[in-house]
Design a protein around this ligand. Sequence first.
Ligand SMILES: [Zn+2]
Length: 238
Amino acid sequence: MAYVDAHCHLYEYREGDLERFSRIKMLAVSEDLVSSRRVLELGDNWDNIYPCLGVHPWNVGKVPRQQVSEVMGLIEKSEVPCIGEIGLDRRFVPHTYPEQLELFRSFLKLARDLDLAVNVHAPGAWGDAVEELRRSDVDKALIHWYTGPPELLEQIREHGYLISINPAIKIQKKHREVAAIAPTSILLTESDGPYKYRGMDLDPTMVGDVIEELATIKRMSREELREIIYTNFMRLLK
Ligand SMILES: [Zn+2]
């Protein structure tokens, strides 16, 4: 049973690193046109890498419109299973929120039309993101590194969406609380590597630690939990 990293910025790693991750099934996200092209290449070269193309909400206003259209064109003509990293962010970049919303909606429409999964970033905008997913009628969605309101988890479950748990679970109280109450049927593991968080160098090989933490919290065996996570992952990609 493979480990799962459902949200990773793999294009930032060197070729030599990828061998280390070859036993992990990974969703490789993009942030702009250049990373989308690189992620496509990674997907072609590695069986364990599933490409997600998109424009990150932090890049709204930075990536020219023409390049956004090119990313959308790539999504249409290449057979990627997933669009991302896309989303809404009121926490780190509140000033571009109206433009983020417009772009998020265009990507969700594309996901709906092509029946693709979406890999979503939503700090400070958790409820809005779920509402947009629901309204756009997208049915395969992952909300990554979820630290949103616990009461939203029930809605996420009802719509068949998933959330991913980051290695930060070790030190981030809010994330632990989410993991404790979220049903295992909506959980995935992720790294968001190579992002740095409070002294942690996040890396795909840490998904094993996430499984261990989750298994303890859920009082399950690691194997049992790994199997559930793997099944959830394949559900997102079908
Ligand atoms: Zn990310």
